[in-house]
Design a protein around this ligand. Structure first.
Ligand code: FES
Ligand code: FE2
Ligand code: FE2
Length: 499
């Protein structure tokens, strides 16, 4: 497909322009407020608490995730299934009556799912604003049209007008696809429905933030802690409630509203923007539209001063001073470990070898066939390097360094770039460009390991580092000398070269 100078495909540019027009259509604001008031806000205010419970059920606050995206899978799946059966029928591939009945049933099940999804979507939509609200309105209109066409199709089919019924449901499917595109835009581009809370791991240990005398019962106060990695202040809302100090992330998980500017009602912290209510102890939303819990902080009092520590979330790669203090003592240093080099020394030396291989390839004339041999040697060493890090070094260093997930991601980058470079003719400018990019990627990755991860690794203690170094050298040697692994690497490189 042709590309424009700015890299955008023409089709994509057209769709983006159409979405941008919807986002800028201020004329939609009046009708959308009218719909919100007439259909949602006023009826809910009149009905009171029961309506609140229904809305919370529709938001998915009970589930911990928005309900709408789960429900839309019902019409998407069933209507697509029906479209497939109709197509096979129209092409004469599948003419069974049972297939026609299955298509009709799928349309009905999808319509029921679409009604539930529309209710959940409307419940969420009323708490959007500006361009998100406008796109949401058109998304709802497209899906509403899809539902109307599908219901019409079900009637036509029941009346024996199958051909017209098929056409109506196919048009409905097209409207659903357009509506789905806009829904995806709202979530993935505009971040509607995703968690907006600040999930910084700071502070990892208790730090003093405010004298307790500065807090008044049920009056939230904001304090800030510094996150050196993100280079930003992180807001925390402190609340003194019934003699206890509670601390939750100040940025609301729904859309980022300032919880420290909210209020306490029925023992819950209320967001001033859309009224989500968070349990002070657990941070969980007791009332939507938010579905995600707020970050929580452990609180203690020392000499009349409130101290905070972030309560880390399960699965996060966070190394706290407490974890380091609890680490098992290093194994006693036996004779082999004493003699071995430390893991970071072994890996740094291997980094230097990789860097030298790049320099040697770049120093050769473009036409020199030795470039290909050196490139294969580089590919082989890079493969070995990643393998020994992935299997020996990273698992060990994980306990003391937060760099491992990014390092894994960068290994993937390196292997993708290497694969693309191996496919190129070494005499071409494209090869030069790719080799430079691969060199830069290896320099970046090795450099960040040397500066950060290897520094963290020192926390493992010298004996452990020497034992790891020994294991790394043994594996290096084995992978280089073993016939089977050499043959396997050569095969892999040939496949990547496309030979
Ligand atoms: S930002 Fe919407 S409820 Fe807080
Ligand atoms: Fe690495
Ligand atoms: Fe490395």
């Amino acid at each position: 497909m042709a590309r424009r100078m700015d890299g955008a495909r023409p089709g994509r540019a057209g769709v983006e322009a159409a979405v941008a027009r919807i986002e800028a259509a201020r004329s939609l604001d009046g009708p959308s407020r009218a719909i919100e008031n007439a259909l949602l806000a006023r009826p809910a205010q009149i009905a009171g608490r029961p309506a609140r419970h229904v809305q919370d059920a529709l938001h998915g606050s009970w589930l911990g995730h928005p309900l709408h995206p789960a429900l839309v899978t019902i019409p998407i799946g069933t209507w697509t299934f029906a479209l497939g059966l109709d197509l096979l029928d129209a092409l004469g591939v599948l003419r069974a009556r049972s297939a026609a009945r299955a298509a009709d049933g799928a349309l009905k099940a999808g319509a029921a799912g679409a009604i539930a999804a529309a209710a959940a979507g409307l419940a969420d939509w009323q708490y959007t604003d500006g361009r998100d609200r406008r796109v949401g309105l058109v998304h709802a209109a497209a899906n509403g049209t899809a539902l109307a066409l599908t219901l019409g199709s079900i009637r036509l089919r029941a009346a024996g007008r199958r051909g017209e019924g098929r056409l109506a449901s196919a048009l409905g499917w097209a409207c659903m696809a357009f509506g789905g595109y806009l829904g995806g835009h709202l979530v993935y581009r505009r971040r509607v429905g995703v968690d907006h809370a600040d999930r910084s791991p700071e502070p990892r240990e208790f730090i003093p933030v405010m004298p307790i005398s500065a807090l008044q019962e049920d009056r939230p106060r904001r304090v800030e802690v510094w996150d050196p990695q993100a280079q930003q202040q992180v807001g925390v809302a402190l609340v003194l409630h019934r003699g206890r100090v509670h601390a939750l992330g100040a940025r609301c998980s729904h859309m980022g509203g300032p919880l420290d500017q909210g209020w306490v009602l029925e023992g819950r912290l209320v967001c001033p923007w859309h009224g989500s209510r968070f349990d002070l102890r657990t941070g969980c939303p007791a009332q939507g539209p938010s579905t995600a819990p707020q970050p929580r902080y452990a609180v203690r009092l020392r000499d009349g001063v409130v101290e905070l520590r972030r309560e880390q979330e399960p699965g996060d790669e966070v190394v706290t001073p407490g974890d380091l203090a609890q680490m098992a003592p290093a194994p006693p240093a036996g004779p082999p470990a004493q003699a071995a080099r430390k893991a970071d020394e072994v890996l740094t030396e291997h980094h230097m070898l990789l860097r030298r291989l790049f320099e040697r390839i770049q120093a050769l004339p473009r036409e020199d066939p030795a470039r290909r041999d050196l490139l294969r040697a580089l590919a082989s060493e890079l493969e070995i390097h990643e393998s020994i890090e992935d299997h020996i070094f990273y698992p060990a260093v994980r306990a003391v360094s937060e760099d491992v997930p990014v390092a894994h991601a960068e290994h993937r980058q390196l292997s993708d770039l290497l694969a693309a470079t191996l496919k190129l003719n070494t005499a071409t400018p494209a090869f030069e460009e790719h080799l430079r990019a691969l060199h830069a990627a290896v320099n970046h990755h090795a450099g960040s390991e040397e500066r950060s991860m290897f520094a963290h690794a020192q926390r493992l203690g010298e004996a452990r580092l020497r034992a790891l170094g020994e294991a790394l050298e043994r594996s290096l040697e084995e992978q280089r000398s073993s016939r089977a692994s050499r043959a396997f690497r050569a095969l892999k490189i040939s496949l990547l070269e496309g030979v």
